[in-house]
Design a protein around this ligand. Structure first.
Ligand SMILES: *Cc1c(COP(=O)(O)O)cnc(C)c1O
Length: 464
């Protein structure tokens, strides 16, 4: 069945007529812009997933956003669940952020010297985060992780990093590595341009597998600088780990003199102000942040105890710097956004709203007997065409993504914008209210009916 779906739907991505025989939403202006952008950028984009390679049609060029809505170049309006891939927890164009950014912009854009705004954002964070004592601002999540890895190596004087298959930590050379064959292996590079010698310093093992972790420490005694894991792995589906496993990582790193790095670039300020670490009740050694922290502008951060952070230059020997680090305009956006998040009840409301949304979708699919699950935590959700529990990258059935393609298209046609890949999670923001979530649910129900009707039709034709 899935192969035939693939044949029919992947063969011509620009079909103007959708699965239902009704025309797709107009994309002429986006298509025109895409033709142009392909001349300027590889694949026409500045970050690969934006190219819509895993779903139908040309990428939508977005013109503006407000609250939970975005509008594309053709004037189509969507309820947005991508939220710029996570940063926009308050929705688009939040008045408080706009106001603060405009005010700070009047003073100039960048000085490359300390400003009071960096102190202000740091104080806001550290007053309400018991996991870290000192921080460093950088300009992206990738940079935060890259710096955290260097710090862990500098601090432990060890070279190897242990990461998990299915966790993404930005495009850091030594972490663009996937599992080789065998339980505990050196990774194989997952991108051209990453030297094998770098990949040799990275051990990649499956999530939720204690034996593999123990085996790694056995094979590489006193060589592993750190284990790095996403607070909740949310870049390759949503692979929620049991608390026991995360606690096990905390314990074994402590025993073996390695550090535990929580990459909270998605989960930080998302699951709660203190992110996944607080959710699990675990204190990692180094934490990395990004996305929400910059209120939509480029900010990343890493933090740890004062003792570990004292190894960072100019106090210590671990070099790390940035021309635009702590940029005042970006700091302003972060200050405005995080101030809103600290209002009492913010996360409770957001998370409850998301759980209600998710549960009613789950009730619908259970009643219809659809092989479909919504995995969710806090205000993060992931739609998966499966009836299994999914905890590792290997649990994900790649062929189920063909169903996601149809689902994505039908949702776009109904004014709902999800990230253009079935491996990506979605985010509910404070700007999504009851009316919009109801509208989204109806669109999801209709789209799922179409996905499963289409699948049934093809499976019938195939069995003939
Ligand atoms: C997005 C992300 C990154 C990379 O952040 P960029 O700002 O895209 O460089 C790193 N780690 C995790 C967990 C992420 O979700």
């Amino acid at each position: 069945m899935l192969d035939s779906l693939k044949k029919i739907f992947s063969s011509d991505d620009d079909r103007p007529v959708s699965t239902t025989g009704k025309p797709d939403i107009p994309r002429e202006k986006s298509a025109e812009l895409y033709e142009k952008s392909k001349k300027y950028f590889p694949g026409g984009v500045n970050s690969p997933v934006r190219a819509f390679k895993s779903v139908f049609g040309t990428p939508l060029f977005i013109e503006r956003g407000d609250g939970c809505y975005v509008w594309d170049a053709d004037g189509n309006q969507f309820i947005d669940f991508c939220g710029s891939w996570g940063p926009l927890i308050l929705g688009h164009n939040h008045p408080k952020i706009k106001e603060k950014v405009s005010e700070v912009m009047q003073q100039g854009m960048s000085f490359g010297a300390p400003t009071a705004l960096e102190n202000e954002l740091a104080e806001l964070i550290l007053k309400s985060n018991s996991l870290i004592e000192k921080i460093r601002f950088v300009s992206s999540g990738t940079e935060a992780v890259m710096s955290a890895i260097r710090l862990a190596r500098g601090y432990t004087k060890r070279d190897k990093i242990l990461k998990f298959e299915g966790c993404y930590h930005g495009h850091v050379d030594s972490l663009l590595v996937k599992a080789g064959s065998g339980l505990v292996t050196f990774g194989e590079t997952s991108s051209a341009g990453v030297p094998k010698s770098f990949a040799d310093e990275t051990i990649v093992i499956p999530l939720n597998d204690r034996t593999a972790v123990e085996e790694a420490f056995k094979q590489f005694p006193d060589q592993i600088a750190a284990i790095i894991i996403e607070g909740v792995p949310a870049n390759n589906g949503l692979l929620i780990q049991d608390k026991e496993f995360v606690q096990f990582l905390r314990d074994i790193t402590q025993q073996k003199g390695s550090l535990l790095i929580f990459d909270e670039v998605i989960t930080g300020f998302r699951l709660g102000f203190e992110g996944a670490a607080k959710h699990y009740g675990i204190k990692p050694d180094i934490l990395t942040y990004g996305k929400i922290i910059g209120g939509g502008l480029p900010v990343g951060m890493y933090g740890a105890s004062a003792e570990i952070m004292s190894n960072v230059s100019p106090d210590g020997a671990v070099y790390q710097a940035g021309t635009l680090s702590g940029n005042p305009v970006a700091m302003a956006a972060g200050i405005a956004q995080l101030t809103e998040l600290l209002r009492s009840g913010f996360y409770k409301d957001l998370n409850n709203k998301t759980q209600e949304f998710v549960e009613s979708i789950q009730r619908f699919t259970a009643a219809k007997n659809y092989k479909f699950k919504v995995f969710s935590i806090g205000s993060i959700f992931w739609f998966a065409f499966t009836d299994k529990d999914i905890k590792t990258a290997e649990d994900i059935d790649a062929s189920s993504m063909e169903k996601f393609k149809v689902f994505h298209r039908e949702l776009l046609n109904r004014g709902i914008y999800l990230g253009p890949s079935g491996y990506e999670v979605g985010f509910v923001s404070a700007a999504h209210n009851k009316t919009e979530l109801e509208k989204t649910k109806r669109a999801i129900f209709d789209s799922l009916d179409i996905v499963f009707r289409t699948a049934a039709k093809f499976s019938k034709e195939e069995s003939k």
